[in-house]
Design a protein around this ligand. Sequence first.
Ligand code: UDP
Ligand code: MG
Length: 323
Amino acid sequence: MNLMKVHIVVPCYDEEAVLPELFERLTRAANSWDLEWNVICVDDGSSDRTWTLLQGQFEKDSRWKAISFSRNFGHQIALSAGIHHCADADAVLLMDADLQDPPEELYRFINAWKDGAEVVYAVREKRKEGPLKRFCYWAFYRLMKKLVSIEIPLDSGDFCLMDAKVVAVINNMPERNRFLRGLRAWSGFKQVGVPYERHSRAAGEAKYTFQKLIKLAADGIFNFSGLPLKLASHMGFWISLISLLGAIFTFLQRVFADQFAQVGLAPVPGFATIVIAILFLGGVQLICLGILGEYLVRIFEEVKQRPPWIIRESCGIDQLKPR
Ligand code: UDP
Ligand code: MG
C-alpha cells in the first residue's frame, strides 16, 4: 500500500537559535506518523546562519527541503511560497519554526484529517504572551468577527493542516496580499478546530514586530471586508444630518430670537463650537480618506502584478514560478 504523503511548511526568519531543536523534535514526531513526509523550510531572507543550518540539515536528511528568499518578504508570503511547492502532497501542515506550535501536537491534526476533515486548524486556548499582546489579539479577532462576513474562527492562527483539495484552491488564488487564515476559511470545505495550548518560544526573539502585526491585522480586515468603506459613508451621512439639524436650529434661533431667549436658548457667539465642529469634520474626512487609501494601496499592489516572492536558492526542490 502506498503511504499518504504530507508536507510540513515552516517559515524561518533569523531562527538559528531554535533550528537544531526543531530538526530533532519535528523529525522524531513525524517518524511516528506512519506517513511519508517532507519538510519545506522557507528562509525568509534571514541575516543569521539560518540558511547554512537548513542546507546542512538537507545534506543529513533529504526529507528536509528548503527554499531561500532573496530578501525578507514576510511570514504570510513565506507560508504561501511553501504551500505553492506542495502540489504533490495529500495534505500540507503549516507550523512556525519557533516551536510555539509544538510538533508533537501535529498527529492530532492528522487523525482528524484521516477522519474526514479537510481543514484542521488549531484553536489557541492559552497564550503565553504579555497582557498587551494578548489583549490586542483578543480585540482583533472580535473586530474581525464583526466586520467580516465569512466565518473566520476566533483565535485560530496559521498552525493547521490542509487537504490537497484546499491547497489547490489556495494555490490558485492570485492575490498578493495574503491573509492565509482568511483564505483558508473562505475556501470552505469541512473545517475542524482542535484546541491546544500555545507555548512560549523555544529560543530567540519574536520576529513579528508590532508594525508587522498591524499590517497583518489590516490585511485581515481590509482584504476580507468592504464594511469600513461603508462605515465611511455611514459616518458622513450621520454627521451631515446632525449638521443640517444644527443649521436649521441656528436659522430658527435667529428668526425667533426673542422666543428662544425666553426659554434660555439665546444665541451665544461661540468661537469654540465652530473650531470643534471644523476639527471634528476634518478628522472624519481624514479617516474616510484613510479608509479609501487602505483599499487603494491593496488594489495598487494587485495591479502591479509583481511576483509575491523571489527565490534565491533551493535545496531538494524544483523552484516553481509564483502565479
Ligand atoms: N517569520 C517569517 N518572516 C517574518 C517574520 C516571521 O518567516 O518576517 C516566521 C518566524 O521565523 C516564525 C514565524 O514566522 O517561524 C512566526 O514568527 P514569530 O514567532 O516572530 O511570531 P509570533 O509567534 O510572535 O506571532
Ligand atoms: Mg512565535
